[in-house]
Design a protein around this ligand. Structure first.
Ligand code: ARG
Ligand code: ZN
Length: 856
């Protein structure tokens, strides 16, 4: 029984972009007949192939798929006519013409703890097929460039049976579905179980009536309205802004509790992590609501950017993900505050993508090699992929962008396309040569752009130099085209030159401005016009000037951020915090006209991780404990200096109207909590405790609870919170996350260990695992404990998880990615933990690739 090969670490064989070959068959229709049962579901497949070129008929097939029968045009194949080799099935196929391949297999959904393919989540049958999950359901050409219409029959004695497309017939434990739009297998989905729908309706611009359903477990109906409303807003927006209409009579969204990622855009049947569907004021925070709206939009927008136009191969993942993230960011900017959204997006990009780009996991937006594709659903592919499109739009202008997108949809509808196709539509629509721009897709690493100024009687010269540090496998980085948006502000605060986009194409380049009456202050990289690190000497007074006078909200915020960073770096060098930053905070607090959400972002100090990154870039070895202490000291100093003003803001920002998750109210709550976070440093948690007791919404309750943990007096509140929400999984996840996250660094690992031993640490549930493990790894000084216990704890859990769910283990392993920047003792501990993982028997391909890259 024990097959030795199943215990050996998975082979680390890379797939290369340059090896792409078209599939030698067209697939004209896929018919599935699925009989669902928890332990043995059977799948009959009929695939209508027609030969297009010579070559073998090669299908993918998952290891755990029990293959019972194969036939071509009804004639059973004997053992000599096919061969199964690992995850590959080779079949002797007719040399020409069309034929139907039938197969019969049995799979075990209840044993599927990896949540890839067909699995059970809380009694609901569901699927996840992106990227390569369909092969765990049936043997198939599981690659995105093989597309077919699907006809699916589902059989199970369950009230709800769903698949892609439009319903053909239903009743008596059988449902038939037809999806007329040819699609790759990764967009297949089925769902079956006891579910309830919260329903709505949408009529498209050309008059198609679309039935909308958000399917949830009985009892969760009251928490599904916001998802439905978000879907309707997304459909309206995509018609209005991109001219894209929906193309089926039905759009279903299903919430499941066990899901490896956020959500999945299966054609007409999106499947979501319940965390991104379910919300009520007493269980979800403002941030949860904003994410739900954004992800519902993201998955809906995929219907055009991803489904109607898909990817030729998985190296082109950014073609759909970068573009769809860009579109969901535009949508959120339109629904809420564009300025605030931009700052939030830059914060995420820097925290996740810049960090990735600077370490051993750095890879291009379009990688050219991978071992396990699931390891490339990264911040680089998604968030940097979106930034690249933002730059393209800036370079060709709004009109050029609209023209190019129109051409993209016209020319490539129904295609499995590439980045070359994408760039070509921009070239054809605008006449611009994008060969240099393409480097943003092919070259990894974050460019560093230095800027210096020269002022001489009315002439201002800006000199820029760009360079990109080497990344794994790419030593040499030629200059890229970088759009640098600048504006000039006169000393009295007037804008003398409005935003202008400078196009930098050389390694070194200068730009001049003439006829200036007085030396202006330069506001550079407005709106974060390119994902680069701007290196620019500026004194604290000038930064403070920009913080109060810049007309570009991003640049204003950035000036304050730099001021805060430099203050912290000075403190870490043993200096005391300069007056400029503390004074600037005072001015911000006094500005009653400012947007509260914007002020809240300005009041938030840079994270400890951010400071460590900046130090490492500057050649200083970061000391996590010292960084933590400095940040705490600065927060305390701000609170002491501005106690009265913070109290006034705290009082003024109270929301008395009934809860709404909109930009206005959530902005007020976030400013209120930002003020409270500072006051918390000097009042021993008193105000946080009061807020916890009286707040009627989860935003303030969870915010207050986190602060109480920080203040070291939360035991009772934690028990109360747990008792109150013990039946609401998503809230208990917060409970698991907040404790290690806000624990004192020297207690964080012990807190995590203690929680991990609890009965309700249902670690096989990805959300629960991420809550606890992610809470710890986000506690910078706690995770990087000098004695290495944080690293050991993570290594233990990665190994345990890897045997059950390799995708989740691999994803969480990225917490190790910056290990080389710390001191020799920490490095020694990290190295030991990484080696321990690497030498484990039966390591998955997923975790094996990640740790292998991180360790090098
Ligand atoms: N296409 C999905 C999204 O971005 C992500 C699914 C990825 N899943 C995975 N197992 N890699 O919306
Ligand atoms: Zn996506």
């Amino acid at each position: 029984m024990a097959d030795k090969s199943l215990d050996a670490p998975a082979a680390q064989v890379p797939t290369q972009l340059s090896d792409y070959r078209p599939y030698p068959f067209a697939l004209t229709e896929t018919r599935l007949d699925v009989t669902l049962a928890a332990e043995a579901s059977s799948i009959l497949a009929e695939l209508d192939f027609s030969r297009r070129a010579p070559g073998a008929l090669v299908l993918d097939i998952g290891k755990a798929v029990d293959l019972r029968r194969l036939a071509i045009d009804g004639a059973e194949l004997d053992a000599a006519q096919w061969r199964r080799d690992g995850e590959i099935l080779r079949i002797d196929a007719p040399a020409e013409g069309s034929f139907t391949l039938s197969s019969e297999v049995v799979v075990n959904p209840s044993a599927n703890t990896a949540f890839e393919g067909l699995y059970l989540s809380g009694g609901i049958f569901c699927t996840q097929c992106e990227a390569e999950g369909f092969r765990h359901i049936t043997p198939y050409p599981d690659r995105p460039d093989v597309m077919a219409p699907f006809r699916v029959t589902l059989r199970a004695d369950l009230p709800v049976l769903l698949s892609n497309g439009n319903p053909v017939s239903a009743g008596d434990g059988v449902a038939v579905w037809h999806d007329p739009w040819p699609k790759p297998a990764y967009l297949f989905a089925l769902v079956a179980g006891d579910l309830r729908a919260v329903s709505g309706q949408f009529t498209t611009a050309s008059g198609r009536d679309v039935a909308l359903n958000v399917w949830v477990r009985p009892g969760d109906e009251s928490r599904a309205d916001y998802a439905l409303e978000s879907l309707i807003r997304s459909m309206e927006w995509d018609e209005k802004v991109y001219g894209r209409e929906y193309d089926l009579d039905l759009f279903n969204i299903v919430a499941v509790d066990d899901f490896n990622m956020g959500a999945m855009e299966n054609k007409g049947l999106n499947i979501f992590n319940s965390k991104l569907v379910l919300a009520s004021p007493d269980t979800a925070t403002d941030a949860d609501y904003e994410r739900i709206e954004g992800v519902i939009a993201h998955e809906y927008f995929h219907n055009w950017t991803g489904n109607r136009i898909t990817c030729r191969d998985w190296f082109q993942l950014c073609l759909k993900e970068g573009l769809t993230v860009f579109r969901d960011q535009q949508f959120t900017a339109d629904m809420r505050s564009a300025a605030v959204k931009r700052i939030e997006d830059v914060l995420t990009l820097r925290a996740r993508q810049f960090r990735e780009d600077q370490g051993p996991l750095a890879h291009p937006v379009r990688p050219d090699s991978y071992v396990e594709i699931n390891n490339f659903y990264t911040a680089t592919v998604y968030e940097k992929g979106a930034e690249v499109i933002g730059m393209l739009k800036l370079l060709v202008g709004d009109e050029g962008y609209d023209k190019a997108l129109g051409l993209y949809f016209d020319r490539h509808d129904g295609d499995a396309a590439t980045i070359e196709d994408w760039l070509k539509v921009f070239e054809d629509a605008t006449g611009r040569d994008l060969s240099q721009f393409k480097r943003w897709y092919t070259d990894a690493g974050t460019p560093v752009v230095t800027m210096t100024e020269d002022w001489q009687d009315g002439h201002l010269t800006l000199r820029f130099a760009q360079s990109t540090p080497p990344t794994p496998g790419q030593d040499d980085k030629p200059p890229r085209v970088i759009p640098i948006a600048v504006g000039l502000i006169s000393p009295n605060g007037d804008e003398v030159v409005p935003t202008t986009v400078l196009e930098m194409t050389e390694a070194e380049q200068e730009f001049s401005f003439d006829g200036l009456a007085a030396r202006p202050v330069v506001s550079a990289l407005r709106g974060f016009s390119a994902p680069v690190m701007l290196d620019r000497q500026m004194d604290a007074t000038t930064r403070a000037f920009l913080l109060s006078h810049d007309t570009d909200p991003f640049a204003r915020w950035e000036a304050g951020r730099q001021l805060a960073r430099e203050t912290l770096l000075a403190m870490l060098r043993g200096e005391s915090p300069g007056a400029e930053y503390l004074d600037a905070i005072g001015q911000l607090l006094a500005d009653e006209a400012a947007d509260p959400a914007f002020l809240a972002l300005c009041l938030r100090l840079p994270s400890e991780e951010e400071i460590a990154t900046v130090q490492a870039q500057g050649g200083t070895t970061p000391d996590p404990d010292a960084i933590h202490a400095a940040r705490e000291a600065l927060a305390t100093e701000i609170a002491r200096r501005h106690e009265a003003a913070l109290e006034a803001v705290y009082a003024r920002m109270e929301v008395s109207a009934p809860y709404r998750p909109d930009a206005d109210q959530s902005g007020r709550r976030s400013l209120r909590l930002a003020a409270l976070a500072l006051l918390n440093r000097i009042d021993g948690g008193r105000r946080a405790a009061a807020l916890f007791a009286e707040a009627g919404n989860m935003t303030e309750r969870a915010g207050a609870l986190g602060l109480m943990i920080q203040a070291g007096d939360a035991q009772q509140a934690l028990s109360e919170f747990h008792r109150e929400f013990s039946g609401v999984r998503l809230v208990i996840d917060k409970w698991f996350m907040l404790q290690p996250l806000h624990a004192e660094p020297d207690q964080a690992v012990a807190v995590a260990q203690h929680l991990a031993a609890r009965d309700d640490f249902d670690w096989k549930n990805p959300n629960r695992f991420r809550a606890l493990i992610g809470g710890l790894t986000a506690n910078h000084a706690g995770f990087h404990a000098a004695d290495g216990t944080g690293y050991d704890f993570l290594a233990d859990w990665l190994l345990k998880m890897d045997a059950v769910n390799p995708q989740i283990a691999a994803r969480m392993s990225a917490a190790f990615e910056s290990w080389t920047r710390y001191d020799a003792d920490r490095r020694k501990h990290a190295e030991a933990a990484l080696d321990r993982i690497l030498s484990a028997p039966a390591l998955s391909r997923n975790l094996g690739e990640m740790i292998g890259r991180i360790r090098n």
